[in-house]
Design a protein. Structure first.
Lengths: 303, 264
């Protein structure tokens, strides 16, 4: 701690190094990651309403977590305490999103139209949502509360070792996204033009989907389904930079996502009080008016 | 059809085009034979629904052919990889762009993709080719504009510049004159004619502007329900090919003026 002088109060040191710092890094990873995966999905599906979770990643994770938390009642009281620990939720979320994504991918491999994948992803989302509803119908109020709290999303409580795993997978996804910048730019012309420019459509689509699922999947596993950021950040960035060139957009989205997430986290913390508001509520509460304001001011959606 | 091999750019041999579903084949047109020569402006005409777009889509490898073969630069299209094809054939389609938030320069520069590195940075040669393409179609004043600010005619010119920047031997355009007024129809087709003369590239386009095509094209492909004829426009007029284009109850081809007139 020589850089910041000596810290006399060891409690503060623990709070800063083991709690606040990991939380800030988590916020940076979550914000930038969701921004990137949102951008990838919007360009791939040529749809401004697409977000990181259109391929069923968050619904898969929700299903996994719902099975662990809500289903523990069904599996018997003995397992209940053993099942609903933190790591089991992380693993359940990863497994759930991975399995649903695999299902979406295997079905979408048979369709040539990119738009059909979007619909297939939405359908899988509906199926998992229905299963979650059935599960919640049979669960206790306590379990429901625990599930809903997971759904709020949370940036805190990540240890350094968890953070290293998180950052590692995030980086792999980031490298894949950077590799697909050129392909993303030619996709701006449409599939047929992109192909006529020598782009291997299927391979490119696969890399983009894998990058998104790596990033958005780990984020959901460690921080819960944080919805709004992935949809809004790419729009925010496009409105401000007025470009669709991914060489500019990708780093810009990365920065913007991190900044917005850090600001939201600071607000959620409520300076001067002990309360921490759910991050999912804050992102939309702060972000949505900003997006609306930008769209109204520019009178035109840039996509 | 006695071909001089060095000049043949695009050749179809016993080509059959159409769609394949799981149960059956729908043949749109079959027994197609033609041999297109380098440096020419070639117009493809035919009635609605006759299969012009299907033929073009097959020729640019968007859609597989049912049987027969296509040769691009004397090489079977089946054996040409996507990236090799991108360096030999560029396209201008009727479908609208997925994003119109690109500047004209950025859009034209996308044409250099087959030649740029992994992240798409332009080399000096690339910028030179882009500037050249922009100069050839006279859109230097539009360079900084966004594509959503352009009129249909301007956008069509930009798309042609993009195809030129791709620096291919042949450019294929699907109905480049739709949505344009009479002046711009003539302007675009005249531009295509000038481009073949100045760059030596082959340009193949489909169009409903038969009278304009007759005046401007070196060769025409006339598609009817029975067959596809490939010849110079004046020979086609002499042979009365245009009369077989449409049902005779409404319009008839006037050989003197080279255009269609309403039947009395």
């Amino acid at each position: 701690m020589s850089l910041f002088g000596t810290i006399e109060n060891s409690t503060w040191e623990v709070i800063v190094t083991d709690f606040r710092l990991p939380k800030a890094i988590t916020a940076i990873l979550v914000g930038s990651g969701l921004g990137i995966s949102g951008l990838l999905m919007q360009t791939l599906f040529r749809n401004p309403l697409a977000g990181p979770f259109v391929l069923g990643i968050s619904s898969g994770a929700s299903l996994g977590v719902a099975l662990v938390i809500l289903g523990s009642g069904l599996f018997g009281g003995l397992f209940a305490t053993a099942l609903a620990t933190k790591w089991s939720i992380v693993i359940a979320a990863s497994l759930g999103s991975f399995l649903v994504l695999l299902a979406v991918l295997s079905v979408s491999n048979r369709v040539r139209d990119t738009m059909a994948i979007l619909i297939i992803g939405l359908m899988f989302g509906s199926i998992t949502a229905a299963v979650v509803s059935v599960l919640s119908y049979f669960s206790s109020a306590e379990q429901l509360q625990q599930y809903i709290f997971w759904g709020f999303g949370s940036l805190s409580n990540l240890s350094w070792s968890e953070l290293i795993i998180f950052a590692g997978i995030y980086l792999a996804g980031l490298v894949l996204s950077i590799l697909s910048i050129k392909g993303l730019n030619s996709l701006l012309l449409g599939d047929n033009y992109a192909k006529s420019l020598g782009l291997n459509l299927k391979q490119n689509r696969f890399i983009i989907i894998i990058a998104t699922s790596l990033i958005a999947g780990t984020i959901t596993a460690f921080a819960g389904p944080i919805a709004f950021i992935g949809l809004a950040i790419p729009h925010l960035t496009r409105q401000i930079f007025t470009t669709s060139n991914h060489k500019i957009l990708l780093p810009a989205v990365c920065l913007f996502g991190a900044i917005v997430m850090l600001i939201c986290d600071s607000i959620a913390q409520i300076p001067g009080s002990d309360y921490v508001l759910p991050i999912n509520a804050i992102t939309a509460l702060v972000g949505a008016p900003v997006v609306i304001w930008l769209l109204v001011r520019q009178r035109k959606m840039i996509f | 059809m006695n071909e001089n091999k060095s000049n043949s750019i695009l050749k179809a041999k016993n080509l059959s085009i159409g769609y394949k579903t799981r149960k059956k084949e729908i043949v749109v047109s079959h027994n197609i034979n033609f041999d297109l020569q380098q440096g020419q402006l070639i117009g493809l005409v035919g009635a609605n629904g006759i299969g012009k777009s299907t033929l073009l889509r097959t020729l640019i490898k968007v859609q597989p052919n049912l049987s027969g073969s296509i040769f691009l630069n004397n090489r079977d299209l089946k054996e040409t990889s996507t990236i090799e094809l991108a360096k030999q054939l560029s396209i201008v389609l009727t479908e609208s762009l997925a994003s119109k938030n690109l500047s004209v320069y950025e859009l034209v520069a996308l044409g250099r993709h087959p030649y740029t590195n992994w992240i798409g940075n332009l080399s000096t040669e690339d910028t030179q080719k882009v500037d050249e393409a922009i100069g050839l179609v006279n859109i230097s004043d539009l360079k900084e504009k966004k594509c959503f600010e352009l009129s249909d005619g301007q956008l069509q010119k930009v798309m042609i510049a993009r195809a030129l920047a791709q620096d291919t031997d042949i450019i294929v355009l699907d109905e480049p004159t739709t949505h344009l007024d009479m002046y711009h129809k003539a302007y675009i087709l005249k531009l295509l004619q000038r481009l073949t003369k100045e760059t030596g590239k082959t340009i193949l386009f489909s169009s409903h502007e038969i009278d304009l095509a007759i005046q401007l094209c070196d060769t025409m492909l006339v598609m009817t329900t029975k067959n596809i004829v490939c010849d110079e426009p004046c020979n086609l007029i002499e042979d009365g090919v245009f009369n077989s284009l449409f049902p005779k109850d409404m319009i008839a081809f006037d050989t003197k003026t080279g255009s269609f007139k309403i039947s009395q």
